[in-house]
Write a protein that binds this ligand. Sequence first.
Ligand code: UGA
Length: 442
Amino acid sequence: MKISIIGTGYVGLVTGLSLANLGHQVSCVDIDKNKVSQINSGTPPFFEPGVAEMLTKIIKQKKLLATDNLEKSVKDSEIVIVAVGTPTTNNKIDLSIIKKASEQIGNALEESSDYKVITVKSTVLPGTTAEIIKPTLEKYSKKTAGKDFGLCMNPEFLREGNALEDAMNPDRIVIGQLDEKSGQEFAKIYSKLSSPKIFTNLWTAELIKYTSNSLFATLISFANEISRIAEAIGKVDVLDVWKGVHLDKRLNPIVEGKRINPAFLSYLLSGCGFGGSCFPKDIQALATFASEHNTDASLIKSVININDTQPGRVVSHLQKALVNLKGKKIAVLGLAFKPETDDTRESPALPIVKQLTLEGAEVVGHDPMAKVADIIQVDTIKEALGDADAAVVVTSWKEYRDLTPDIFKQYMKQPILIDARRIYDKRVFSKAGITYKGIGLA
Ligand code: UGA
């Protein structure tokens, strides 16, 4: 099928590649001319494992072409997928970009005589597709949704770092449909995939996305609340608590004599909090949406509050270990919000560095991939640790997980280590002479 994708961020480009890989003819639209020529020359505008290789392959097959001509791309397509950003500004979802895109799509629809399905893939709050995007498309096309063109909402569940794999092998395909014809026509793009398809109304599809992200964020904040209780007790290591909880058969079933270790358990671990371009903005938007609908989302608000204050707990551990942070050199290992990405949006590393700097510490950052403009960064772990008074591990990169106590002892002024992701074996590190502290450990 001929598919037009509006927006070439993570979701747009990765979706485009996975659909092109299924054999569709994909046109990726972006207003940024640089991004368009970058993509057409085979260079992804962001780092994501496997994307560069897949882009090179797909471009060679001529299955994907980027363009800044939205009108032509929409006119030439049977399916139009909207994957532009929906940032959160002043705690509220900002729909200005998606509204503008809807106007332009509407204009292009006015001059098209064939039936096309417009599908919203961007994360939008319940009601947005039916109550904001639909009237915009109708106004600018002078046509009727459900009659002249179809309308769907198809949330995306891909994770950064696993984006391509998630998009190519979706665990479920949620299709919110304005009417049955819209859903059936749109579902054809996924006909080669055996993933279960859930057909719902537009509002439900939108809420499924927010519920999914809020659930995982809630697990993380719950795990962090328990870490605070463990720290307060003083005789508990929260890691042991999670070991004891995770082995519940209801959480980690035994199949054919073996534990299946479901991925969701990795969200039920204590650390320095969640970040990224999705969880923080989505749950904030949902909390505001709930209160606008006279619903006090008190659990979600607490999830946000715990997450906002968790980086401060890491700084407290450093303060406790060093007494005074002024003039102390602190190595911050990891700036990305999670491993396998160069994305630092809402990374807990940012408030940690900011607070340390305010306390007068000399912060030296390191990350295998991420760069942050106003943080002093060095290229090697050894340089970061060199002469440091303390080190804190913020991102669980493999490079850090593989470190042994020797390197901390060899390069640091004093081997004080705050493990904010609990990636090291406490016993091994303590025995080797490291002053080992961490989240969930008094
Ligand atoms: C998240 C969701 O997981 C995706 O399903 C969703 O499509 C995406 O948001 C989105 O809305 O676009 P992402 O932000 O890429 O994806 O990353 P995750 O891997 O879920 O990580 C989010 C946060 O959870 C990070 O801060 C990370 O450190 C934390 N996390 C992640 C864990 O605590 N444990 C893990 O095993 C994985």
